[in-house]
Design a protein around this ligand. Structure first.
Ligand SMILES: [Zn+2]
Ligand SMILES: [Zn+2]
Length: 69
């Protein structure tokens, strides 16, 4: 997942305004998706079986690119 510039982005899933603090940008296709929308669409999954694991796998709903934060 890439870095944001200062422009305004719109979430691919819900169409709402997105900022770097509450969304991720796909490094492959540039789509921006809210963290909560990634969860709502099942595209954010914790890695491993342990709840304390804080590594989250993200999948872009547009191009299927997988990254982690
Ligand atoms: Zn959204
Ligand atoms: Zn993508």
């Amino acid at each position: 997942m890439g870095l944001f510039s200062s422009d305004t982005y719109y979430c691919t899933v819900c169409g709402g305004e997105a900022q770097s603090s509450n969304a991720e940008q796909c490094s492959q296709c540039g789509s921006v998706i809210h963290h909560r929308c990634l969860k709502n669409t099942g595209n954010a999954k914790k890695e491993g079986r342990f709840l304390r694991s804080d590594k989250v796998k993200l999948r872009c709903p547009d191009c299927g690119n997988v990254g982690s934060i």
